[in-house]
Design a protein around this ligand. Structure first.
Ligand code: NAD
Length: 478
């Protein structure tokens, strides 16, 4: 019988009588791995109620004690790393080495956020009045609702849970309906570390039902969401009714600018790595290339050879492949549609360009498109697949202007040996992140945040931690 995962509410695994069940599939084979409930609004409300009831007691604990639970979860994750990595590969389709990085990074992230316990600081501000002291406290917001995508499903649990808990919030998490198995394993491990009931709750289900119920409940103080721009917009609408704070990590359309003086081999390697990782299904992946005319032919040639050399297949059968299947058919259909319309509009296929038939699973060939107009659909819309459209620029100024001319503003990259050009890019590229002479992959002590439609607020580091706090000013006459 197919295994069924149960919600985790108020410290116990609970069944969801009468709920429709959602099948969870291996994207490489189509095989059903498990089922999860499409949780009703009533049960979502019960989880939020449990989180609310637990919050005051949790916040009253010294932060260092709260951090101790995070460290225990991290230790459990390290002890179970191989099984966790396998579960991620099985339901999400990424390759094993990347799943292993995801699991290790998740444990490290929990430990990193635990280290902030002794570093959450307020301020004392000078008053205009005699005998008065003004204090700024940083306090918990209350109940956080965490809504997750499927592409780094295990890490995203920690990215929301760890800063929320160490600052004294409690949380209700809804994983993606595509990838709940690793989340269920996370909760199995978490249930053994002795956390007070209600501090962490998990509800499974679809966005329009379970996710929406989480967004509409007035007892949620902050919605921390990672996913698409379209869903982010819906979440903001639902949050608007209760004036709920939102933290939105949305899509990207990362430009990579290759200057004429760049190390072209380094640039081709880094851009290829940033494009095929997780089959191109990463928010900060290189999505469009702007290369200076003087080196355009040579660079496109190098990039085409690297991309064409990227291998793909079922990651559980062949551990040597560079990437696995796309998450589902809708994902590969979307990529195919964008590529077909680009070629119909005159783009030249340098390599790839098609869905690959491996018998089962939805794979897209590693693809380079040359001669793509900057204002074309494929340079403007998030592809989320292993496809690189290339546009030729006359100089750096034009590259920066085209990079900025986008609805998205998450990550960006520039390849140059000229420190002056690099500094100009730092000043003038209007993105949340810029990588200079390296692949796109953020650090946990940085701040991952997008501008324009890529989001509101951010995650990681000190600034990401403080997103989960609110300030409380106190004026003391004494
Ligand atoms: P998605 O927006 O389709 O779904 C994300 C989550 O939102 C899922 O759990 C889904 O069930 C839920 N949801 C859907 N509709 C909802 C609603 N009306 N109310 C509440 N919840 C709802 O995104 P996805 O396909 O899972 O992930 C891919 C997208 O995520 C890409 O656009 C990618 O760029 C983005 N992403 C961004 C970051 C970042 O850090 N900025 C990281 C990873 C992924």
């Amino acid at each position: 019988m197919t295994s069924q995962h149960r919600n985790y509410i108020n410290g116990a695994f609970v069944s969801s009588a009468g709920a429709a069940m959602i099948p969870v599939r291996n994207p490489a084979t189509g095989a059903v791995l498990s089922e999860v409930p499409d949780t009703s609004a009533d049960q979502v409300d019960a989880a939020i109620g449990a989180a609310k009831a637990a919050q005051r007691g949790w916040e009253a604990l010294p932060a260092i004690e709260r951090a101790g639970y995070l460290r225990r979860i991290a230790a459990e994750i390290r002890s179970n790393a191989p099984a966790l990595a396998r579960a991620i590969v099985e339901e999400q389709g990424k390759i094993m080495s990347l799943a292993e990085v995801e699991v290790g990074f998740t444990a490290d992230y929990l430990d990193y956020m635990a280290e902030w316990a002794r570093r959450i600081e307020g301020e004392i501000v000078t008053s205009d009045r005699p005998n008065e002291t003004i204090f700024l406290f940083r306090q918990a917001i209350g109940v956080v609702g965490g809504i997750l995508p499927w592409n780094f499903p295990f890490f995203l649990i920690a990215r929301k849970l760890a800063p929320a808990l160490v600052t004294g919030n409690t949380i209700v998490i809804k994983p993606s309906e595509e990838t709940p198995n690793n989340a269920a394993m996370f909760m199995d491990l978490l249930s053994g570390v002795g956390l007070p009931a209600g501090v962490v709750n998990m509800v499974y289900g679809c966005g329009a039902s379970t996710g929406r119920a989480l967004c509409e409940n007035p007892d949620v103080g902050m919605l921390s969401f990672t996913g698409s721009v379209e869903t982010g917009s819906r979440i903001m609408e639902a949050a608007a009714r209760n004036i709920t704070k939102v933290n939105l990590e949305l899509g990207g359309k990362a430009p990579a600018i290759v200057c004429a003086d760049a190390d072209l081999e380094l640039a081709a390697n880094a851009i290829t790595a940033s494009r095929v990782i997780n089959s191109g299904q990463v928010c900060n992946c290189a999505e469009r290339v702007y290369v200076e005319r003087a080196v355009a032919d040579e660079f496109v040639d190098r990039l085409t050879r690297k991309m064409a050399g990227s291998t793909f297949g079922n990651p559980l059968e062949d551990r040597s492949v560079d990437y696995g299947p796309m998450i589902n058919k809708a994902g590969s259909d979307k990529v195919a549609g964008l590529v077909d319309r680009a070629t119909a509009a005159g783009a030249e296929v340098m390599t790839g360009g098609e869905v690959a038939d491996l018998g089962a699973g939805n794979y897209f060939q590693p693809t380079v498109l040359a001669g793509v107009a900057h204002d074309s659909e494929i340079m403007q819309k998030e592809v989320f697949g292993p496809v690189l459209p290339v546009n030729v620029i006359e100089d750096l100024d034009q590259g920066i202007a085209r990079a900025n001319d986008s609805d998205y503003g998450l990550t960006s990259s520039i390849y140059t040996r000229d420190i002056g050009a690099a500094m100009r890019a730092c000043r003038d590229i209007k993105f949340g992140e810029t990588y200079i002479n390296r692949e796109n992959f953020e650090a946990m002590q940085g701040y991952h945040a997008g501008v324009r439609k890529s989001g509101i607020g951010g995650a990681d580091g000190k600034h990401g931690l403080y997103e989960y706090t609110q300030t409380h000013m106190v004026y003391l006459q004494a």
